[in-house]
Write a protein that binds this ligand. Structure first.
Ligand code: PMV
Length: 331
């Protein structure tokens, strides 16, 4: 395996694969863009990428991405072709590709639902292409490179999504230079539930940033609260204190409602989950639709909550923590 720098000009490509997990944010989304810490967990829903050299030049992409999650009311996908979704990844700028490549993406993460599908796909593609050139990128380097497509897609993201997909497990993220691993005492019994309503992170984040400029005083208070919530969430995970974690998730959801990024369907699913026995529930990711994340006291309760949420029109996924982060290897 060559180092990152020494092999940049190589034209030898070989088949390679990479896999990266999706993520949930347990505390601090949106406020992390404004400087507060977020707590996020990598989940066992993955983007899998295969890279195969081909004759000639140019990159061709095939993608099995669950675009049905993007279908509007008419049933017409908002994005006409999977390749369209990958065009903004600007692969040429990320890794200097001078030969023909076929990139095949299989993504099991619902798209535009707050579960990090774009970060996961981006990170897996970068790792697989580098690996195909015989380069094993450091996690730090993948993190830096992933900002190119992430900025293109989302405006000015904090970096929490790609950090979680790269490092795996659980992290407390304040800014790119301040990422701490959290070692939870036990795996929280979580599920996410998709409303089926989908959002653009860029618009939602832009709206919150504008609001924070107009409502400075309120946002100072919110940011102080989120700093406290994120710190306590990290502590409750380390101590395995699920009761406390659930209370904090509920408080975080209220703050997200206050800044206007929730949606009546998210609020409804949160309410239903709590009534069905969950310890806590909140929207996760950018909001405006997308998913709720629900903490359950046991697997039995989780099964019941999942059934109830499905009856209410949501799509539940029982999730566990991914501990590997991004992985790549020769195919
Ligand atoms: O794109 P999503 O829905 O996974 O949300 C990302 C998290 C935000 O805090 C809303 C944005 C960011 O850049 O941190």
């Amino acid at each position: 395996m060559r180092s990152e720098e020494s092999s940049r000009s190589t034209s030898d490509l070989s088949p390679a694969t990479a896999r990266a997990p999706g993520k949930v944010i347990l505390a601090g989304e949106h406020f992390v863009v404004l400087g507060a810490p977020a707590v996020a967990m990598a989940i066992d829903l993955y983007s899998q990428v295969q890279v195969i050299p081909k004759n000639g030049s140019g990159v061709s992409i095939t993608a099995d991405i669950p675009l049905r999650f993007l279908a509007g009311k008419s049933g017409n996908p908002l994005v006409p072709h999977p390749g369209e979704l990958l065009r903004p990844l600007q692969l040429k700028r990320v890794v200097n590709i001078d030969h023909g490549l076929w990139v095949n993406v299989e993504c099991e993460i619902p798209v535009a639902a707050g579960l990090g599908s774009s970060a996961s796909t981006t990170v897996a593609i970068i790792s697989a292409i580098a690996r195909s050139k015989g380069i094993e990128l450091s996690k730090k380097k993948i993190f830096e490179l992933a900002f190119v497509p992430e900025n293109f897609l989302h405006g000015k993201p904090s970096g929490v999504d790609q950090a979680t997909c790269i490092y795996g497990s659980m992290i407390q993220f304040s800014r790119p230079s301040n990422v701490k691993t959290i070692r939870p005492k036990k795996d929280p019994v979580l599920l996410v539930c998709d409303t089926g309503i989908h959002h653009t992170t860029r618009t939602l984040v832009g709206g919150v940033v504008q609001k924070s400029k107009r409502e400075k005083k309120d946002f100072q208070n919110y940011l102080a609260k989120v700093r406290e919530i994120s710190g306590r969430v990290a502590k409750s995970l380390r101590e395995g204190d699920d009761e406390e974690l659930g209370i904090l998730m509920n408080q975080n959801h209220e703050l997200l409602r206050k800044i206007g990024v929730s949606h009546p369907k998210l609020d409804h699913l949160v309410e239903v989950a709590r009534r069905a026995g969950a310890l806590g529930a909140k929207l996760t990711g950018a909001g405006g639709g997308g998913c709720v994340v629900v903490l359950n006291p046991s697997r039995i309760v989780r099964d019941r909550v999942a059934r109830v949420l499905r009856r209410e029109g949501g799509t539940p996924y029982k999730i566990s923590m991914d501990t590997s982060g991004v992985e790549s290897r020769p195919a």
